[in-house]
Design a protein around this ligand. Sequence first.
Ligand code: FAD
Ligand code: FES
Length: 346
Amino acid sequence: MSNFHSLEVYRIHRETPTAISVEFNVPPALQPSFSFKAGQYITLKTSVNGEEVRRAYSLCTTPNENTWKVAIKEVENGTFSTYANRKLTEGATLDVHTPEGNFIYTPSTHKGAIALFAAGSGITPIMSILKTALAYGNTVALLYGNKSVDETIFNDELMSLASKYPNFYLKFVYSQARAENALAGRIDSAAVNFVLKNQLKDVDFSHYYICGPEAMIHTVSDTLKNNGIAEDAINFELFTSSEETNKAAENISGTTRISITVDDEDFTFEMDASETILDAALKQKIDAPYSCQGGICSSCIAKVVEGKAVMEKNQILTDSEIEEGMILTCQAHPTTTSIKIDYDDI
Ligand SMILES: Cc1cc2nc3c(=O)[nH]c(=O)nc-3n(C[C@H](O)[C@H](O)[C@H](O)COP(=O)(O)OP(=O)(O)OC[C@H]3O[C@@H](n4cnc5c(N)ncnc54)[C@H](O)[C@@H]3O)c2cc1C
Ligand code: FES
C-alpha cells in the first residue's frame, strides 16, 4: 500500500528572499496517518519538467499543533527547491508521504534541558523540537547560524518565543553581517563552548540536536564529544552528504538473481549488479520506498535475508544494524549471484 497521499497546498509564506514555508491541508480522515514526532520529515513527490522528483522536508510544526508545515530553501540549480520557491502555488496538490525519520525528540523520554544547533534550512526540524520542548516546560538553548538577519528563516517567530519563554536561550550567529547580541562568523567550537561553558555553564543539558551542513554537524558534535558528552546524547540530521563512496562498492559487475518482498508482494528478476538495488527495483516498476536517494534519509531501508550486498555510502545505519542485514537499498549493490531482500522485515 502506498503511503503517499495527494494533499492540497493550503498556504505558502515567503520566509526569506530564498525560502518559503508550505502548509498542507491534511483532511481529518488522514490525520492519524500523518501524526508525527518532533524532528521527523515528509517526502514530497511531484513531476518537474516531466521527471518524477521526490525530496524530503522536515516538519517545522509540533505534533500537537494539528498543522503540517515545511520550509523549503532554494538551492542553486536545485530541481525541486527552485520549482517550489518560484512556481508552486496555493491550491496546488503534491503527493506527500506520511512522516518518517529517526531524528526524533519526545519530551517524555528525552527528559531535561536540551541544546539545539542549527544552520540555514537546518532550522526546520529544530523548530519543531524547540517548540515541543518549550510547550513541555523544558529549558532549551538554540545556537542558530545564518548569513544575515534577512536570510534567517523563522527569525520573528524565534524572537517572540524568546520573549515569551524565560527558559529559552537564543543566540544568533551571522557570517556576513554584524548585529547586537549576535556572534560573528560561523558555528565553530568557540561558539559552542561560549554558549555551553560560559553563558549556560550551570545548565545540565541531557540531549543535543544538530541540523545543518555536514561540516557544521561534525564541528559541533566533535566539540561536544571533546567536552565529555556521551555519543548517544548527540543527535543529528543531514540534508546532503559529501561522504566519499566506499571503495568496495566501486566497479561491481555481473548479474544477480534478486527476490524482493515489499508490502507482502514478491518479485524475482535478474539485475545488473552495477546498479543499486533500489534502481533495479524501480526499473521493474516495483513500488519500493525511497526519498533522498543519497544514503541519508533512511526511507529505503530493507533487510538482506539471503546473500550479500555492499553499500556505496551510509551515514544512517549502525554497525549492529548492518550486521543484522539492514541495507540502504539506494546505496546497495548485490555481491552474490543471488540475493533476497525484504522491505517489510525491518
Ligand atoms: C531528512 C531530510 C530532511 C530535509 N529537510 C529539508 C528542509 O526542511 N528544508 C530544506 O530546504 N531542505 C531539506 N532537505 C533537503 C531537500 O530534501 C533537498 O535535497 C533540497 O531541497 C535540494 O533539492 P533540489 O531538488 O532543489 O536539488 P537537487 O536537484 O537535488 O540538487 C541540485 C544541486 O544542489 C546540491 N544540493 C542539494 N541539496 C542541497 C542543500 N540542502 N544545500 C546545498 N546544496 C544542495 C546538490 O548537491 C546538487 O548539486 C532535507 C533532506 C533530507 C534528507
Ligand atoms: S532513499 Fe534516502 S537513504 Fe536511501
